[in-house]
Ligand binder design. Sequence first.
Ligand code: X2X
Length: 338
Amino acid sequence: MTISRRTLLKGLGAAPAAISLFSIPRYAHAAEITLRYGNNLPLSHPLNIRAKEAADRIAKETNGRVEMLIFPANQLGGDTDMLSQVRNGALTFFTPSALVIATLVPVAAINAVGFAFKDYNQVWAAMDGPVGAFVRKAIADSRLHALETMWDNGFRQMTTSGAPIQSADSMKGLKIRVPVSPISISMFSGLGAAPASLQFSEVYTALQTKVVDAQENPLPIIQVAKLYEVQSSCALTNHIWDGYWFIANGRQWAGMPADVQEVVSRAINEAGLKQREDIKTLNESVQTDLQSKGLSFNQCDTDSFRAKLREAGFYKEWKQKFGPEAWGHLESVVGTLA
Ligand code: X2X
């Protein structure tokens, strides 16, 4: 997809608002290098809070020579737009979820194989280890540079405004929003649901107007995007672990002086590690908060989901799509998948 010059300029016109929201520290001289970073999450999400810290640190450690402007909350468009912008250089950085960058780099969805990870130990062993290295290489092959540290989105859970989701049977015909992500469509079709791909920027309204009845996201997102206002129950399915790749336009990255690359990657990677901790801490309190806001919770028979996916040929299909090497890296961490 391409974006017209007009849309782009309109998007960049939002810059002053973004800057004032983030009150960038002032230096006596103008920055020599301006990095533009866009993302799809509200300001209150740990991803934006830690990215802002990274931006401050970059300005400080380069004595104002480098500034990173942050455009949060889809200010420059939805995921598909931002992916185009980081490819054509209008953005220096973008943090697509693995699900979304997979529209360009298919193997990036490998972490989203349904029910692959038991816990965070397995997640980080894979993503800081062989699986992440394999995906970063594939991202580099499409002329983008992925920083080493993946940021956390979380284990995805399902919410609905209809009857609570109890088992795979509840999925039959369910109109559920999923990201713009082939593996999500495949998984939910395999479960017998009626999935629809929508960018995150459209989710709240789509739920409110009942274009779809259900959606799936990690609890911190359900909280910061206020999805509990338009959903009534949440099934704790942990069906996919999802994270954000911090990617840069390849040409801009390669064109940065080595000392700047070093400061920028250290600031962002270390902020990413802190962001993982934030999500971990949030995970301990977020359910209680969401309950107090009216969202009810239930456990779910996840074995029935796995069985249904196996029966639908989901694992076989994706093993073939990702190829034996990527699949082998994943299984080296999580054990043999169905
Ligand atoms: O769009 C979503 O659901 C979100 C916010 O989790 C992603 O970025 C994939």
